[in-house]
Design a protein around this ligand. Structure first.
Ligand code: DGL
Length: 263
């Protein structure tokens, strides 16, 4: 028996798209979900400052929760902070989330792929390197969305989504060239899968939307299986921490809906 939880970290509600997959394949584990809502949105942060903020937060989180593994369920953070986290906390295994460019390049039939992400992820050298290494035969359009993460937050907390705004954000993903059309859009922000039905509805033509949550959860499971310890104590609960210390009613209700206790 082990009480060491898996810690899932994001700037807001996006990591819940990864948590739901992780729970399915690690039913015996307990989870601590950390929403850095005081830092949201990460898409607009300067790289060095965001790196320092997250490494600083992890010092306290590790001390408080003693996790078995930390899953950074955020592309915007993972594309910069993984080396610093691993170097600063070498005893803790970290799993990151990076744009699913490789599987998209392998699956596309038209050779036109779009990567929908935050402006931060689009700017990263890490993202450019993924394209160079795995998608050099494919045309990749990078689309940095200013507003989709916030639209997803509003949808999950309040149940409302402005479909015209979703359409404006996704439209640049749809490319036509020499009679071919984009056939894959990579959801490279963990907030976006929550809006995928609206994206499908507002898309000019059908495409495959790649959500990497299951693959990330499987990666975490592969590591957790190698660790000592095992299932959680039967009465242990999954918890959620908001770095603001002050989640509003809608955020608390959402987390209760996910079976998370606010601590
Ligand atoms: N969920 C985050 C990601 O995967 C970013 C959202 C934000 O804070 O802008 O990139």
């Amino acid at each position: 028996m082990s009480e060491q939880p898996v810690l899932v970290f994001d700037s807001g509600i996006g990591g819940l798209s990864v948590l739901r997959e992780a729970r399915v394949i690690m039913p015996g584990r307990r989870f601590v979900y950390v929403a850095d809502d005081a830092g949201f949105p990460y898409g607009a942060w300067e790289e060095g400052a965001l790196n320092d903020r997250i490494v600083g937060l992890f010092g306290g989180l590790i001390e408080r929760f003693n996790p078995a593994l930390a899953l950074i369920a955020c592309n915007t953070a993972s594309t910069i902070v993984m080396p610093a986290l691993r170097a600063t906390f070498p005893a803790l295994p970290f799993v990151g989330t990076v744009p699913a460019i490789k599987p998209a390049a392998e699956r596309t039939k038209s050779g036109l792929v779009s990567v929908l992400a935050t402006p931060g992820t689009v700017k990263r050298q890490y993202t450019r390197d993924l394209i160079r290494d795995y998608a050099d035969k494919v045309h990749v359009r990078l689309v940095g969305s200013e507003n989709l993460a916030a639209l997803a937050e509003t949808y999950m907390r309040k149940g409302f989504v402005d479909e015209a705004a979703v359409k404006t954000e996704i439209d640049p993903c749809f490319v036509e060239r020499d009679g071919r059309q984009t056939d894959i859009v990579v959801l490279a922000c963990t907030h976006f899968p929550f809006l995928v039905n609206r994206m499908r509805k507002m898309a000019p033509w059908p495409v495959d939307w790649i959500d990497p949550a299951e693959a990330i959860a499987r990666r975490a499971l592969a590591i957790v299986e190698t660790l000592p310890g095992g299932d959680a104590l039967p009465d242990a609960r999954d918890r959620v921490v908001f770095t603001s210390g002050n989640p509003d009613y809608s955020a608390q209700r959402l987390m209760h809906g996910f079976g998370l206790t606010v601590v």
